[in-house]
Design a protein around this ligand. Sequence first.
Ligand SMILES: [Zn+2]
Length: 307
Amino acid sequence: MIVTIRLNYMTSNKNINNKNKNNHSKNNIPAHSVDTRELALEMLIEINERGAFSHIVLRSVLDKYQYLSKQDRAFMTRLVDGTIEYMLQLDYIIDSFSKTKVRKMKPFIRNLLRMSVYQIKYMDAVPDSAVCNEAVKLAKRHKFAQLSGFVNGVLRNIARNICKYRVEKLIETTDELVKIIEESIPKSKQKDGHPAKRTFQAIRIEVNNEIKPLYYTVLNSIECLKENGRLCIITFHSLEDRAVKNAYIEAQGHCTCPKELPYCVCNYKSYGKIINKKPIEATEQEKEENSRSKSAKLRIFERHEKK
Ligand SMILES: [Zn+2]
């Protein structure tokens, strides 16, 4: 596949300065310096909007602009690679701060914002104000002067909020965590007991590594059953319920024969059958009388030696 890159506008650019003419007079070097951000942006448009391969685009640009300093080349490479790598996150951030969604923006503006937010978020050495100023300049230079205010507004807003996020401290006490959870869950969803209840339950399950052992305990318990014996397990958390359900499915086993076969030949291992596909829950009346039964789920497995 051949990729051509349209960089012709670069040479007619008014902002290109000619001061470095003397330094670059050797080795067929063009008599002007280029804006590395502009080059990076052009590459991003080529890759994101026209489907070019990033490594091919990068290599051909680096080949063409061999006279660029090592730092400039590294900056451009990181900017292009990083923006592509983190594009989903960058788009999410932009969408949170812009009324116009990323996919509805003009390709130039969309990629300009992505590239700029990448610098704000991931390149600490570049001051945020420089990122905003350069982005505005680029927009104006490319006849998007009417959108330069929009670009500036979105970027400054993102820069401010990312700074705020950076200075926020680590969560050190359970009280701090409770406060954050209370603020994060809408009041309308806080009816079901304390809002932090589920979060703490989830943390406990994770810290104690409760799920994997539960899964194997269920499998071992089934093996211990007598013929026609039943194992009935009540869980109080969806993660526990899922572990029990998966263990039951594993114990029941399933046929792996092709559908065309008239009968089973795979001889799969089965320890019995699942009695209720859907878990049994408490009745409305019981939930009313006993709030702890609200999250209870009962699953039953019956032991059968496979014939
Ligand atoms: Zn089979």
